[in-house]
Design a protein. Structure first.
Length: 692
């Protein structure tokens, strides 16, 4: 169902005028303190909001003007030049023009107008060049009205069709309503106690609780109906975010010379305004990531047997109190070999464990701050900052992201998002003598720890769930509380395709509750994301599971894959290329006696044939061989993508400094003379290159 932007015109115009008023006040303050960067930042925030909201509703002229003025103040913030009177006059001219366009929108629902003279001045100003501010003043009749020109128009009560309510007022209503619900819970609890006391009573007095129960039931129904109506005041259509994406895909695909079709259906879903604001940036980043990294060029797609046009699709389905949005493309998929390589370079201390990770485990590195497989930063898919912007946005809206990717078939990002931040579904648990709530979308499985096989490796507990070893911790220890006895219930948590488990004392009940922000005294507790209140008006903290799992990861003392790798020694395969039968036999016996698998070749051509048929971990080659010598063999090996980094040891009978340099330059790692040949130096060189 297409949303009607006309129905948002009044609210949009009023909000934009508020931001224009704020910018005007900031400019006035900036005149008296031109070096105040915080004031410049405030102007940029207001301009950014005007630009984003205008883009949402397709008011492109206002978007263009606000973007142009934003560039000017960005240059001031970056100290390319100082704020001055000319910039002040230009700013007022643009503000006045935007106000007139807002009035035009309220009448015609359109802001189309030629603003080229403004854009020319803004472009020059952003580069610190001279521009003619008087021209702009003459266009606006030299007047800079600081208020909306429609504010003085006569309006009768009969003509008022809507009342604009600020988000903060709605939030205040919600907070007050939360107190009403809590009072209702307390009333229900007191009624239950009263009912217990009356069990021994006689006569009609027993009928009192029944009447109270009926009244309470009707009150509960009315309260929850009212709650939904209040929460819906803050809801806006998802289409406000999805519709602009179509235009962005068209624009960016043209920029990158790619043919891209898109499937973004209309929806009638409504989401919390706070969620939509974050979701806009999240979806934009994912779409641009697909366009830039996912979808191949038309030529590459044809070569793979694909349709020339790439496809980006977005689907949205509702599951209980959450909406699941999936952003998919049919491109090349995530290049996990590159992810592994960049992860090893960025985190060299984790190189051993990274080398053993499967694709699912590697996915979490995609969301690390600053992580990217883009060798050159660009302006399209995040300027090389990776997907951490997606993860941070999802944390803010209490969402969850999952990734599914298959080589040459494409990638899907599955976003699980609450419809509203005001309510939350979760599981109440106790641990360390305290009660907590765990949001439901982080819970993968619940099991009984006493019946599970607990594996202990170097002080770290692992639990076997469906033949998979998962590290398990005492939640009370993670939170800094004293562990209670009999904490044997196990909850398996999942986030970013990583599973970890926690021991808790008891699992109480599952409930949909109204969420309240953390009290001031608890603001710095990163392990918590909010609170709810129980029927006794007690505060129940909601656990911040991504933060909890990060703490658990830092405490992980032993990697299960390292354990397996250490106890299952890898067998390496060595290829020996030498035209001397004796040399081949000597080298073969040295490697086989130390547990290596050995393949032999009489020359370079035979060696290449073996490389095509078998996986080889190391090559030991002679220099002079018939048909193909060692140098040509080495050159051919380095041209094979899968063997471009294969360790190569050159063993030669005659030493030449020139020959050694040629081979080292061609990619050989070691150069050993047969006259100095010993069993030890050959094996030591091999172990060094293989990292043994």
């Amino acid at each position: 169902m297409q949303f009607s932007k006309e129905s948002f015109t009044d609210d949009y115009a009023a909000e934009m005028n508020e931001h224009l008023d704020a910018i005007t006040n900031s400019i006035i303050n900036l005149k008296s303190s031109p070096k105040n960067n915080s004031t410049v930042s405030e102007i940029l925030r207001d301009l950014h909001t005007i630009k984003g909201s205008s883009r949402m509703l397709d008011y492109l002229t206002i978007e263009k003007l606000s973007h142009g003025l934003e560039d000017v103040y960005k240059s001031i913030l970056e100290e390319h030049f100082d704020f001055n009177d000319s910039i002040s006059r230009l700013s007022y001219a643009v503000i006045e023009k935007i106000r007139k366009l807002l009035s035009k929108i309220k009448k015609d629902h359109d802001d189309t107008e030629d603003v080229s003279i403004f854009m020319e001045a803004l472009e020059k100003a952003s580069r610190g060049l001279f521009f003619n501010a008087q021209i702009l003043e003459s266009i606006n009749d030299g007047s800079f009205n600081l208020q909306d020109e429609d504010e003085n128009e006569d309006e009768t009560l009969e003509n008022i069709k809507s009342i604009r309510i600020g988000i903060e007022r709605i939030n205040e209503i919600i907070r007050t309503f939360d107190n009403l619900i809590i009072r209702q819970f307390r009333f229900k609890h007191e009624l239950e106690n009263f009912e217990q006391k009356l069990k021994k009573a006689d006569g009609r007095i027993k009928e009192i609780p029944n009447q109270l129960k009926e009244d309470l039931s009707l009150t509960e129904t009315a309260v929850f109906e009212t709650q939904n109506l209040i929460l819906n005041l803050r809801m806006l259509p998802l289409n406000m975010v999805l519709t602009p994406l179509k235009r962005e895909i068209e624009k960016d695909s043209i920029t990158l010379n790619k043919n891209i079709k898109f499937d973004i259906p209309e929806t009638d879903f409504m989401l919390d305004k706070v969620i939509l604001e974050q979701l806009k940036e999240i979806l934009m980043h994912l779409v641009r990531n697909s366009i830039d990294h996912g979808i191949e060029s038309p030529e590459e797609r044809i070569e793979k047997g694909k349709d020339r046009d790439g496809l980006i699709s977005i689907t949205a389905v509702q599951a209980s109190s959450h909406i699941i949005i999936t952003v998919s493309d049919d491109g090349r998929g995530i290049q996990y070999d590159r992810v592994r390589k960049y992860a090893e370079n960025k985190f060299p201390e984790q190189k051993d464990s990274i080398s053993l990770m499967d694709e699912k485990e590697l996915q979490r590195y995609l969301f690390f701050p600053g992580f990217t497989t883009t060798e050159k930063a660009d302006n399209l898919s995040g300027r090389g900052i990776g997907l951490d912007i997606v993860q941070n946005g999802m944390k803010k809206i209490k969402g969850k992201v999952q990734v599914v990717s298959k080589k040459d078939e494409g990638t899907s990002f599955r976003l699980t998002i609450p419809l509203s931040l005001a309510t939350q579904q979760g599981l109440f648990i106790t641990t360390g003598g305290m009660r907590f709530m765990i949001p439901s979308h982080y819970i993968h499985e619940i099991t009984d720890g006493e019946s599970q096989n607990i594996l202990v490796m170097q002080g770290q507990n692992f639990i076997s769930v469906h033949n998979q070893y998962i590290p398990v911790y005492n939640l009370s220890t993670i939170l800094g509380n004293q562990k209670s006895e009999n904490e044997n219930s196990v909850i398996v948590l999942e986030y970013l395709e990583t599973q970890m488990a926690i021991f808790v004392k008891s699992i109480e009940h599952y409930e949909n509750v109204v969420v309240t922000s953390l009290p001031a005294i608890m603001k710095k507790m990163s392990s918590l994301q909010g609170v709810v209140y129980d029927e006794n008006y007690s505060i129940i903290p909601i656990l911040n599971i991504p933060e909890i799992m990060q703490r658990m990861r830092t405490l992980l003392t032993y990697d299960i894959k390292k354990y397996k790798a250490k106890n299952e020694k890898k067998t390496y395969t060595v290829l020996i290329a030498d035209d001397s039968v004796t040399t081949r036999q000597i080298e073969e016996s040295i490697f086989e006696s130390d547990g290596y698998i050995v393949k032999t070749a009489a020359d370079g051509i035979e060696a290449l044939e073996i490389l095509k048929e078998f996986h080889i971990d190391l090559i030991v080659s002679d220099v002079d061989m018939p048909r193909m010598d060692g140098l040509i063999l080495l050159s051919n090996i380095r041209r094979m993508e899968e063997y471009s980094q294969l360790p190569v040891i050159i063993v030669t009978g005659a030493y030449s400094e020139k020959d050694e340099k040629r081979f080292i330059d061609a990619g050989a790692q070691k150069f050993i003379l047969k006259s100095q040949f010993q069993r030890g130096n050959l094996l030591n060189a091999a172990k060094e290159l293989l990292g043994e």
